[in-house]
Write a protein that binds this ligand. Structure first.
Ligand SMILES: C[S@@+](CC[C@H](N)C(=O)[O-])C[C@H]1O[C@@H](n2cnc3c(N)ncnc32)[C@H](O)[C@@H]1O
Length: 230
């Protein structure tokens, strides 16, 4: 390994390697997200069929992979947290879903499909890498897509062009406290302070420079998704 290689197994901000965090994750997300509706939208955006092979990175407790699996042939679900993967594997066994392979892998290295895939998904995870390493990650993802393959990338991204970022962040965190509780608001404040979310225009530029054409994009607060095609 090169001496400058980023160690992506070090959790930045929230410690998703902690068993307690992994066990509480689904309940915490359930108060602010509709994961079934998310998976529906992702499957449609990616144009998944029964023949599709999908790689999810930063799969966490596996809700998206588990929802996509019945719609495609094979899902590879990678994460760097053994605790999150353990929850995901347990749910796959409980739900009798057999076409997901889970493995210890990150954006930069580790568990990945054996051959290029039709579709790649990543949600709320790329911000764990600083920008240089985000780009390196997107280069790797692009190389793992078949020609015409699609990437659905959703993450906490800062909007460009605001005059008063502190006011927007205060509104955002305040609304979250009302909806998801103080713990969620504190985790979000920590995210903004300690993690590596970047600007929407930086991420879009990175995608384009990796040879991916952005075909759709939408923002909801600080969450932005990009649909990109190789
Ligand atoms: C906020 S959770 C998101 C989980 C899931 N994608 C979701 O939408 O609920 C972030 C996940 O990214 C994982 N993660 C952090 N850095 C990573 C990296 N470099 N490569 C892959 N996964 C990473 C964490 O272990 C954690 O499971």
């Amino acid at each position: 390994m090169q001496p400058w290689q980023y160690d992506e197994h070090i959790q930045v901000g929230t410690d998703y390697a902690a068993v307690q965090e992994a066990e509480a994750y689904d309940q915490r997300m359930g108060s602010v997200r509709d994961v079934a509706a998310e998976a529906e939208r992702i499957a449609a955006a990616l144009g998944l069929t029964r023949e599709s092979e999908v790689w999810e990175i930063g799969a966490g407790t596996g809700e998206c992979a588990l929802a996509l699996a019945p719609r495609c042939r094979q899902v590879w679900a990678a994460d760097i947290s053994p605790a999150m993967l353990a929850v995901a594997k347990r749910k796959a066994a409980e739900r009798n879903i057999r076409n997901i392979r889970f493995g210890d892998g990150g954006f930069l290295a580790g568990f990945a499909p054996p051959d290029p895939v039709h579709a790649i998904v990543s949600q709320l995870a790329l911000h764990h890498l600083p920008d240089f390493w985000k780009f390196r990650a997107l280069q790797r993802l692009a190389a793992f897509l078949r020609p015409g393959g699609r990437l659905f990338l959703r993450d906490v991204v800062f909007p460009g062009g605001l005059d008063d970022y502190d006011r927007h962040l205060a509104d955002f965190v305040g609304n979250l406290a009302a909806k998801g509780g103080e713990k969620m608001a504190a985790a979000t404040a920590r995210h903004i302070r300690d993690e590596y979310s970047t600007f929407d225009w930086v991420l879009e530029g990175m995608l384009e420079r990796c040879g991916l054409r952005v075909t759709d994009r939408a923002s909801d607060g600080f969450l932005t998704f990009f649909l990109a095609e190789k």
